[in-house]
Design a protein around this ligand. Structure first.
Ligand code: PGA
Length: 254
């Protein structure tokens, strides 16, 4: 699916910003609109990531549709006594093609470790779901000019033991500076370009057996999207707040 020359992914991360009813309403009310965006051109892919509870309903709404489904997390285990967790295989059965992993909100609020992130990628790769790995520095690390060091370490920790099965899928890496998430502060084009360059080097060094797409996330909105889209080597956006408002999302995509 990502094996085209140039693909640009628009991944809507709805987080836990909506209730189950609100997610269904957004998906149902804009079903045709999302589908229209997904068929605008071959290289634009629309991925919706609702919360776990709504995955099945959203999958049903977009059955046989060009709009793709993603999850926001998965268990690092295959199956077993893990109360409250959801396995990668179940996500695949629900129709998920993508799964966000290592989002800074999970690292920060749920203490998600690099080791868990590596295991989650392994679980996803085994069932053919494209992991969407998030990396990014905090404000303090940015101020100390440690961005490249931080994202390099996060990449290596997550991928150094190249997961078996990754050759059958693709990998997305979303550069999301923590200080840009939900704040309205967007990283500058030159800063993002520097990070993409570094991530590309790390990807080469790790010799990953799959296609890797690099995304940017952090306050992407209708008024900064066109400038960000011009960034060389960028393969998509991970969009939080602005993806909850269809009009804004549409402006970002078109
Ligand atoms: P934001 O969130 O677009 O609201 O900054 C992005 C994200 O957390 O993935």
């Amino acid at each position: 699916m990502l094996r085209q020359e140039r693909v640009f992914l628009y991944v809507a991360n709805w987080k836990m910003r909506l209730t189950y009813d609100q997610v269904c309403l957004l998906a149902e009310n804009h079903k045709r609109d999302f589908e229209r965006l997904a068929t605008l051109s071959q290289d634009k892919k629309i991925v919706l990531c609702p919360s776990y509870d709504a995955l099945s309903s959203v999958a049903h709404i977009f059955k046989k549709s060009p709009v793709l489904l993603g999850a926001q997390n998965c268990s690092s285990h295959l199956l077993g006594n893990y109360t409250g967790e959801v396995s990668a295989e179940s996500l695949a059965q629900l129709g998920c093609r993508f799964c966000i992993i290592g989002h800074s909100e999970r690292r920060q609020f749920y203490g998600e470790t690099s080791q868990e992130i590596a295991h989650k990628i392994e679980q996803l790769a085994a069932v053919g779901i494209t992991p969407l790995l998030c990396v990014g520095e905090t404000r303090e690390q940015y101020d100390r000019h440690e961005t490249l060091q931080v994202v390099t370490q996060q990449m290596k920790d997550a991928l150094k033991k190249c997961p078996h099965g990754l050759q059958h899928t693709a990998l997305c890496v979303a550069y999301e500076p923590v200080w840009a998430i939900g704040t309205g502060a967007v990283a500058s084009v030159s800063h993002i370009e520097g990070v993409i360059k570094q991530l590309t080097l790390v990807i080469q060094e790790l010799a990953l057996p799959c296609q890797v797409l690099i995304l940017y996330g952090g306050s992407v909105d209708s008024d900064n999207a066109s400038e960000l889209k011009s960034i060389h080597g960028l393969g998509g956006f991970l969009i939080g707040g602005a993806s909850l408002d269809f009009q804004k999302f549409e402006k970002i995509v078109t």
